[in-house]
Design a binder for this molecule. Sequence first.
Ligand SMILES: [Zn+2]
Ligand SMILES: [Zn+2]
Length: 340
Amino acid sequence: MIAETSAGLFCEAGGFHVDPWLPVKRAVITHAHSDHARPGSAAYLCAEPGRAVLQRRLPEACIETARYGERRTMNGVTLSFHPAGHILGSAQVRIEHRGEVWVVSGDYKRQADPTCAPFEPVPCHTFVSEATFGLPIYTWDTPRAVVDEVLAWWRGNRDEGRPSVLFCYVLGKAQRILAEIGERADAPIHVHGAMCALTEAYREAGVAMAPAERVTEAMRGKALARSLVLAPLSARGTSWMRRLPNASDAFASGLMRVRGVRRQRAFDRGFVLSDHADWGGLLDTIAATGASRVLVTHGWSDALARYLRESRGLDTGVIRTAYEGEAGELSTNGADGSIE
Ligand SMILES: [Zn+2]
Ligand SMILES: [Zn+2]
């Protein structure tokens, strides 16, 4: 029903690709991260709450939307979007043809997130799962506990007159941090210019977040000494940082679970906050779908596929992608800070 092609997953019967990485006729998009939403396709279809962020990411795109749960029929293939809990508007794609059901998860997480609808398990025969953090070492603490740590670190830096720079992805993570902090902020929060338009899109969608001001050219030294400054990793080590002398820096990512990574990259602090499912979340989700076949993609796909095959007796496969999302961020991408 769905085939791997050079452009990505293709449903021939329905005439559409899911998250294609090359321009195609009809692109069905799980969410607006740049490893899933590429420019150049003739037509795009995404879940309704994701329209504003997708349009900001792909200004030229012609975007159609469907509400979560709404069924569309294309040449006898029924397609619907279901919340993935990853970022605003993120969706799993359910595809049904002649009684056979596939669900392509896109990226997903199971933790509560005030910026998006919670993940909804969808029964299927074949489940295409991400595996960004598909190793047993990846387990997440509650977001509340992580935010407590962030606030304590920020307060400590303020006491020493140092700004706090928290690196995070521009789409999803930055807004989630602002939403989790909410009304608990007791000093100004500033955001890097690269995050402003997307944060605005979240506010327009009605997501409640802590107030945050754009870092301007004129702001230097004292102006930011008490601030929590959210910035993309790509700003690290650039002249932009000169406005923040003596700053303490931290990175918010699931990758920070591994102490060696934190040390190697020399962040003062690492906060383990991810928009992907942890190991337990992946296993619970896969079980909840009831799928007998699981195709794994992104990140630790081989490890997760092997586990599912050997310990759960599932039929498994691995789908290679052109991108590796959050797990690839530190070593390669993120030039524009856009990869999750
Ligand atoms: Zn993503
Ligand atoms: Zn991804």
